[in-house]
Write a protein that binds this ligand. Structure first.
Ligand SMILES: [Zn+2]
Length: 323
């Protein structure tokens, strides 16, 4: 209306209010309902400080904690044909993709990177549950193949972090085709004699569980992660019986021989270092000698992997994403 409400007030607001809205400052734990302050939650690797629930962690945040000094090089993933079925639900598939890309700042549901983890060279791939439920479409298939090919090329182990609601229905049969494709990719690693470790995070379901997520040499899960093909509700409705407590959760699957380990997120890096060094016939890592996950000074140029100028370099502390 007037100069004060149209100009002065917004100006004052922009000066004093931080742009974060309260929902971004506080996160409600989906398991116990506790309100958690975002900084405290980030420091605790997105694990609820009250009930220990392991919340969704984006691939980029995960890699920043995984690689030495948070430094990694992204491995390029070939772009698949966009929307071959011209799929439409409430929204056109390309529009849905575009809005998700804008929301997450990522091109697709999987990130592939190479770098050093505890001075142990690895290739890692991580699925992004916040990107359309981490659904496996053609891009995710391409990403796993790119990761396996790169691992074979530079003779490094592959560590994959799975998180998915299953196949991407917008790509129909083409998404299901990623199950055999990724199985072939895993086979490439086997033939090259390279370790393939899968870390199953909450939730890993559907075609992902039925293919690459269950084909690892070692399967580690995060605590209480739901890991299944068909979910508990579907099974309950089909067999009309109440399922046992903790059914299809990580600890239950460990007891029944489906997993090798259940490991807390804070211990995951140490454990992956120990395992990869053991499987690659490298001397065991001496505690205290490894660079800390976020200590950038710890990575000397001599110990860092060769990075060509054309390769994109990622460093920790992307404040723009977390704010
Ligand atoms: Zn909680």
């Amino acid at each position: 209306m007037n100069w004060i409400s149209n100009y002065v007030r917004p100006k004052i607001n922009s000066l004093f209010s931080r742009r974060e809205v309260p929902e971004n400052l506080w996160t409600k734990c989906p398991e116990c309902g506790t309100m958690l302050f975002h900084r405290e939650l980030k420091d605790n690797l997105n694990v609820c400080t009250n009930c220990n629930h392991h919340m969704v962690l984006t691939p980029r945040d995960r890699f920043e904690d995984l690689f030495d000094g948070g430094i990694f090089t992204e491995v390029a993933v070939p772009e698949p044909v966009a929307d071959p079925l011209h799929f439409r639900d409430q929204k056109r598939y390309p529009d849905r993709l575009k809005s998700t890309q804008k929301k997450t700042g990522e091109p697709e549901a999987m990130l592939v990177a190479e770098g050093d983890m505890g001075r142990t060279p690895i290739v890692a791939a991580a699925q992004d549950f916040s990107f359309m439920g981490g659904s496996m479409g053609m891009y995710v298939g391409n990403a796993i193949i790119a990761a396996a090919e790169r691992a074979v090329e530079i003779k490094r182990p592959l560590i994959l972090f799975s998180a998915a609601g299953g196949a991407r229905m917008q790509e129909g049969i083409l998404s299901l085709m990623q199950m055999p494709r990724t199985t072939v990719a895993v086979e490439m690693l086997r033939e090259a004699g390279l370790p393939y470790i899968v870390v199953l995070t909450h939730p890993t379901t559907g075609g992902v569980t039925a293919s690459y997520a269950m084909l690892g040499d070692i399967h580690i899960a995060e605590p209480n992660a739901l890991i299944c093909f068909a979910g508990p509700r579907v099974i309950e409705q089909t067999i009309r019986e109440t399922l046992p407590e903790g059914f299809q959760r990580a600890e239950y699957l460990l007891d029944h021989g489906m997993l090798d380990r259940v490991t807390h997120r804070k211990d995951m890096r140490e454990e992956l270092i120990t395992l990869t060094r053991m499987m690659m016939n490298l001397p065991p890592a001496v505690k205290g000698e490894l660079p800390a996950p976020t200590d950038e000074d710890a990575v000397e140029p001599s110990s860092a992997p060769e990075v060509t100028a054309s390769e994109q370099k990622n460093t920790a502390g992307k404040a723009d994403k977390s704010s």
